[in-house]
Design a protein around this ligand. Structure first.
Ligand SMILES: *Cc1c(COP(=O)(O)O)cnc(C)c1O
Length: 588
């Protein structure tokens, strides 16, 4: 075992790799993730985590040996399917520690569909307020369109999380949105408002605790009481938690806090199936929702040519239009089997160990001139963050590397990660310090979510995100850190072993002037040329040197036709001239 890993295990051995589980993480990788064995390093678990090959075998066996049918059918197969769907609902509630007496599980086509369902059926009035943390996914922010359309107000809040384990006071700042903020003053009668927060921010990994929910609710109550026209007893504040990211590595505990809606997505938890999510809803909250549309499976009786419909009783029946995705629903138990066998607690500790170590390693990286390489966004307290590390990289002179450049170079090293703003514009703006004006002028400068415009005026428009899953290993982390070290930390110069080999190498490879200094201190290992930014480069066997031992820049200018700025297209030339004073360069 290498020394670094030994050091890592010394500190994290009790948490890393499922020491008390049925299988070690190395066994899991060797037997259930053979498709990762070709040196692929997958670090985009916040985008989608990976399914295990054993999980898929179990699903295949299940589907090919059970007769599944539409659960709306009264046939034997239909009834069997119904039973399996019912068990799946129980399993989802159980995973969130939600009492089946108080909560229901509605299946949807994903977390986004669950959020949209809440948005479109919430009883908005002009007295309501949609309050949401700025660190929410676009799919949550979109709810405000329904709220505003119904005359409600919307309000973005920034919960600044003090690092001392959430016991300190919370700073809540309000931003007016479209000139409407907070409750409309003159409105009489009762109303419902909605507070939406992520259980874990998918940009920074910042986790929300029960204390946050309580503090924000308290603050909201005070605000209502401050309004003469509002009485607390007829104004309800419902709480929605977006757990799409958080619940992959951290179990939610609905018994310990008062939450009305939770949305999840199964591919974020165990990779398969996609296109299936759930809305976990409190019975009392579900009764407040208004649904307009009715689809197949949601009605007891309809008259086709008269406006008559009698909807089915039962919360799931009310909201699940059409045939539910019963084969996908039947598949989730095989995913839960894995999470259960490892235990959610151990998954959380395992991924946290990797994340804590990576954060520390990246924060410690320095260039040769002593400047820091990495800027990490979000809380640095391991207690308050999920297994995400989001960052940008700087050169020794303090200028930023674009995130697309990092992503493309990572891809060349077999490392898959995600870059940009991750559909979380609020967190992105907050951590990168982008003002509304910056965002608008970036857009005007032609930057949209999906493009290559990673820097505007030298400032990042997004970031690089590395995220871990239950099957991530120390080796994944190591390859990633090695990649960052070799590609972004200072320059690839190392002291040479012996003067003799240096002289031999010089004699055989340098065809330039003879007056190079004879006391060499540094040695060029290889010269890679990247003529097109962020694309694969090629290696040169040799390159002419000038009398001061710098790479001849004219060569680059003529070969690549960039007379104005050859150094930009030839990084080797750039540093070679920077180090030319006291070093000799040649090829190893
Ligand atoms: C992935 C994600 C979503 C969207 O989930 P889908 O199932 O793809 O619709 C929403 N919120 C957060 C925090 C996410 O990470």
């Amino acid at each position: 075992m290498d020394k670094d890993k030994e050091q890592f295990l010394k500190e994290f051995g009790a948490d890393y790799g499922y020491p008390d589980g049925p299988k070690s993480v190395d066994d899991i990788r060797a037997t259930e993730f053979k498709r990762l064995q070709d040196g692929i390093v997958y670090l985009d678990h916040a985008g989608a985590t990976l399914y295990s090959e054993l999980q898929m075998e179990a699903i295949f066996k299940d589907l090919s040996t059970t007769l599944y049918a539409n659960p709306h059918s009264q046939s034997d197969a239909g009834m069997t399917t119904s039973d399996i769907v019912r068990e799946a609902r129980e399993q989802v509630l159980d995973y969130c520690n939600a009492s089946p007496m108080d909560y229901r599980c509605i299946f949807t086509s994903g977390a986004t569909a669950s959020l949209k369902l809440v948005g479109e059926s919430f009883p908005w009035t002009y007295r309501s307020c949609f309050m949401y943390s700025v660190e929410n996914h676009n799919s949550v922010l979109g709810i405000r369109e329904y709220a505003l359309q119904q005359g409600a107000s919307a309000c973005a809040i920034d919960i600044e999380n003090p690092d001392n384990s959430c016991t300190g006071s919370l700073k809540i700042t309000r931003h007016p949105l479209q000139r409407r903020c907070f409750l409309n003053d003159k409105a009489p009668g009762g109303a419902c408002s909605l507070l939406a927060i992520p259980s874990e921010c998918n940009f920074s990994g910042t986790k929300l605790s029960t204390d946050h929910v309580i503090a924000v609710k308290e603050d909201f109550r005070r605000q209502i009481e401050g309004h003469n026209y509002h009485r607390l007893d007829n104004h309800k504040l419902l709480v929605l938690v977006d757990a799409a990211k958080g619940c992959a590595t951290e179990k939610l505990d609905l018994r310990s806090c008062d939450i009305d809606f939770v949305v999840i997505s199964f591919y974020k938890m165990f990779g398969y199936p996609t296109g299936l999510g759930a809305l976990i809803v409190k019975n009392d909250a579900a009764k407040l929702l208004r649904k307009t549309y009715f689809g197949g499976g949601t009605v007891d009786a309809v008259i086709a040519d008269v406006d008559f419909v009698k909807r089915r009783e039962g919360i799931e029946e009310w909201f699940e239009d059409g045939s539910i995705s019963f084969l996908s629903i039947a598949s989730i138990r095989h995913g839960f089997t894995i999470l259960k066998s490892l235990t959610p607690g151990a998954i959380s500790r395992h991924t946290k160990a990797l994340c804590t170590f990576l954060r520390r390693t990246l924060l410690d990286l320095r260039h040769e001139n002593g400047t820091f390489v990495c800027t990490i966004y979000g809380s640095q307290n391991p207690k308050n963050v999920g297994p995400i590390v989001t960052f940008n990289l700087k050169r020794p002179d303090g200028s930023w590397h674009g995130y697309r450049e990092v992503e493309k170079l990572a891809a060349l090293s077999g490392i898959q990660l995600r870059t940009g703003c991750f559909c979380n514009p609020g967190a992105c703006a907050k951590y990168l310090g982008l003002t509304h004006q910056d965002i608008l002028s970036n857009l005007e400068a032609g930057h949209v979510c999906w493009d290559d415009c990673d820097l505007v005026d030298g400032r990042p428009t997004g970031a690089v995100r590395v995220s871990f899953g239950y099957m991530s290993t120390y080796e994944d982390l190591k390859k990633f850190v090695d990649f960052i070290r070799s590609s972004f930390v200072s320059v690839h110069i190392r002291p040479h072993a012996s003067k003799e080999t240096m002289h031999d190498a010089l004699a055989s490879s340098v065809s330039g002037p003879r007056n190079v200094p004879l006391e060499p201190r540094f040695f060029v290992n290889s010269i890679n040329i990247y003529p097109i930014k962020s694309c694969s480069g090629f290696q040169k066997e040799s390159w002419p040197l000038s009398s001061t031992a710098s790479l001849v820049q004219e060569k680059a200018a003529t070969e690549f036709g960039t007379k104005d700025n050859p150094a930009r297209y030839l990084p080797g030339a750039e540093w070679a001239s920077a180090y030319a004073d006291d070093s000799v360069v040649t090829m190893a």
